[in-house]
Design a protein around this ligand. Structure first.
Ligand code: DLL
Length: 448
């Protein structure tokens, strides 16, 4: 089902015209209403009248996360507080969060783009949608909730966590669509195994997973374990929350952007130059219709690429590739750029290890060291610990020939992809902490 055929299947030229009209109105609005933008435009020597169309976009200055922090809490709002009906905030772990506001129209637009996203992943009004993203200041829960309700599905607003209860309701209510982070989907599956529940017998058919990076290998693993289709949904609280883009269940190849609301560009994060379609770089978003918290050329920090190639689902809007990583998550190890997703793709292809891993970066003298810790499968664990009565950590069994071979294999495959030698440590099944929301994959001890 296509939720909004008019906007999702628009001709590219009509879409461009709509985007240009909206861009002109936006630029004027932020210049008139937000002193920060007036100052930024004046400093860059651009006046709103100079922005006639998309070709002028590149003249506009960027906005960045620190601008949002500097203007904390409401400095970037373009409407009076009396028109604001909702406030969300980022999940920042240090210091003050970044705050975002919504008017009635913004909340309605958000529900619409989330409905498009969920419908894109195959959700219909006949579905029972279990929303296991967190509800609260985090946008995942409420965004998905309003989107699913707008489609007409029956929503179970269970929020994140409470894993056994998730399984119970899934079984009793006959959940057909699950919304949560991909790592939580794997965690719930693990718990089902412990409880001897066969989830493949559940009526669940679709997962709409996002809020954190995940690889194609992780998708296949989740689809196999749950016997469902798993689609990638993307968004960020600064821009709206979930619903900026989502994969269609037909192609599962790139995430369709709601381009009539979010104008996307890809820039080189270092030179800041706009890159042509198809090249990898940092996603920059301009919100075309938001009232309370509009953003001009916001540097998302997320690395992807765009394509306007037609899609088999019939939607004409651009697709972005799955996020390869964040500009600031990119590790520089001995001068080499490494994204956690590259390591994940190797681990997910390796037999007998689980999709539960973490990467520990440290420095000895002048040398960076990357250690990949990954859980081995329960059957391999049994095999290597047979006859040994007490242990907490299988790494003491690294001498076991199966593990030695496996380790060499993983090290070689990682080296083939990123070009450096890394350490690999095997962990006992269940020993790496599970996330109910976003998972923390990287521990960088060099920063301490
Ligand atoms: O994570 C919004 C969201 C909720 C998206 C539910 C999808 C589903 P924030 O907490 O502001 O908002 O975090 C935004 O999370 O800049 C990306 O780095 C990352 N992210 C979000 N979706 C994906 C995804 C929500 N599908 C930040 N793949 C973004 C990779 C993602 N990274």
């Amino acid at each position: 089902m296509i939720f909004d055929r008019e906007h999702e299947c628009m001709s590219r030229s009509d879409l461009r015209q709509l985007q240009e009209e909206r861009l002109r109105a936006l630029v004027k609005r932020v210049y008139d209403k937000v002193p920060f933008y007036r100052g930024l435009f004046d400093k860059s020597g651009v006046s709103p009248e100079q922005v006639r169309g998309l070709d002028d976009l590149a003249h506009l200055p960027f906005t960045r996360k620190y601008n949002l922090r500097d203007e904390y809490p409401f400095g970037l709002f373009a409407t009076p507080m009396t028109d604001v009906v909702r406030i969300h905030a980022s999940s920042g772990t240090t210091g003050k969060p970044t705050t975002v506001g919504y008017t009635h129209n913004d909340v309605a637009m958000w529900a619409e783009v989330c409905a498009r996203a969920l419908a894109c992943a195959g959700t219909t009004k006949d579905d029972i949608v279990q929303v296991a993203y967190g509800y609260g200041l985090f946008t995942g829960g409420l965004g998905s909730h309003y989107g699913a309700e707008l489609i007409g599905s029956a929503v179970i607003p269970i929020s994140a966590g409470n894993t056994q209860r998730q399984l119970m309701l899934m079984q009793d209510f006959g959940t057909t669509v699950l919304c949560c982070t991909p790592s939580f989907a794997l965690y719930v599956w693990d718990v089902a195994q412990q409880l001897h529940i066969d989830v493949t017998k559940f009526p669940l058919r679709v997962g709409v997973f996002g809020a954190e990076p995940w690889s194609e290998g992780m998708r296949q693993e989740i689809e196999r374990k749950w016997n469902i289709k798993a689609c990638d949904i993307y968004g960020l609280s600064e821009v709206i929350g979930p619903g900026v883009s989502c994969e269609c269940v037909q192609a599962q190849s790139g995430l369709h952007l709601s381009e009539d609301h979010f104008l996307a560009e890809i820039v080189d994060p270092d030179t800041e130059e706009v890159l042509p379609e198809g090249e990898w770089g940092e996603l920059v978003v301009t919100t075309l219709t938001k009232e309370a918290f509009p953003l001009i050329r916001y540097r998302t920090g997320d690395i992807t690429r765009l394509t306007s190639e037609p899609c088999i689902c019939g939607r004409t809007n651009m697709r972005m590739d799955r996020i390869a990583g964040r500009v600031d998550d990119m590790l520089i190890i001995r001068g080499v750029n490494v994204f956690p997703s590259q390591v994940e793709s190797v681990l997910l292809m390796s037999p007998r290890v689980e999709p539960h891993y973490r990467m520990v970066v440290s420095r000895k003298g002048a040398l960076d060291n990357l250690e990949v810790q990954v859980e081995i499968s329960p059957d391999l664990y049994q095999e290597v610990t047979r006859g040994i009565l007490s242990t907490d950590d299988v790494s003491t069994f690294t001498e076991h020939e199966t593990l030695v071979g496996l380790k060499q294999n993983i090290q070689k495959n990682i080296k083939d992809i990123i070009g450096i030698n890394v350490g690999v440590t095997f962990k006992e099944p269940g020993s790496i902490e599970r996330a109910e929301g976003k998972s923390e994959r990287v521990i960088d001890l060099r920063k301490e």
